[in-house]
Design a protein around this ligand. Structure first.
Ligand code: HEM
Ligand code: HEM
Length: 192
């Protein structure tokens, strides 16, 4: 017979993100950092020349890959949901985290779509690692392409800001509050 003192936490509770979602989070984080780096470097290089052309081909290919993984991730997330907290966060922190995560999901969708509009309507290439070209679903229209360019550029700044907040929040949880937040995404058990 077990007494309340040695009662262990309920075993049907899951405290870490599903391993597939963890894998997607970290893989996509690497791809997104790479896409941002390539985009920023390309923006400073002379137009229509090497190495900008090759760097942008890689940038766009990564962008399309991110979009495909995002669709998979959102579907997976809707099916398996998020893990429970051993020690629930307070309401304000929970709301801020939800808003931040929602913004990141929105930006992960908006970046490839605005980039597609920019390149697609501008008549530029829509490559996937030199293997094939994605279909051009938008008309060639300089005004539409310019709109895509402006949106892509503005959204890149917003993404940078929200990502900085995301990293600062994770750092705050891990180093200051020393709670379980980082371990939910690494899969390592939190040291209660
Ligand atoms: C999650 C995916 C993506 C991210 C995070 C991303 C991010 C960025 C960033 C940070 C820049 C540099 C800032 C700027 O000048 O606008 C950039 C530039 C650029 N991106 Fe993306 N991008 C993504 C997807 C795409 C896709 C799918 C395409 C096209 C199919 C694309 C096309 C471009 C182009 C052509 C530029 C050069 C802008 C210039 O002329 O200066 N991007 N991107
Ligand atoms: C080194 C970089 C990163 C670290 C250390 C990190 C860390 C984390 C952690 C610990 C969580 C779990 C939060 C919780 O349990 O409430 C999380 C969730 C999340 N992260 Fe990151 N992250 C990084 C990069 C990124 C990037 C680049 C993106 C996308 C632009 C991103 C998007 C998200 C999203 C959308 C969630 C919410 C997941 C969900 O509930 O479905 N992260 N991240």
């Amino acid at each position: 017979m077990s007494s309340p003192a040695d009662a262990s936490p309920p075993t049907d509770r899951i405290y870490v993100y599903h391993h597939g979602l963890r894998w997607l989070h970290w893989t996509m984080a690497i791809l997104i950092f790479a896409a941002i780096g390539l985009g920023v470097v390309s923006a400073y290089l002379p137009v229509g020349q090497e190495p900008r052309r090759s760097l942008l081909e890689l940038h766009k290919s990564l962008g399309f890959t991110i979009l495909i993984l995002l669709v998979l991730r959102i579907g997976w997330r809707l099916v398996v949901g998020e893990p429970s907290f051993r020690r629930p966060l307070d309401r304000a922190t929970r709301l801020a985290s939800r808003a931040g995560h929602l913004a990141l999901y929105g930006l992960m969708l908006f970046m490839p779509i605005s980039g597609y509009l920019y390149s697609g309507a501008g008549g530029y290439s829509l490559p996937w690692f030199g293997l094939f070209q994605w279909p051009r679903l938008v008309p060639r229209d300089p005004a539409l392409s310019h709109l895509g360019e402006v949106l892509h550029d503005r959204a890149a700044w917003v993404l940078g800001a929200v990502l900085a907040l995301h990293l600062a929040a994770v750092g705050w949880h891990h180093f200051v509050k020393r709670d379980e937040v980082l371990s939910r995404m690494t899969g390592r058990r939190a040291g209660d």
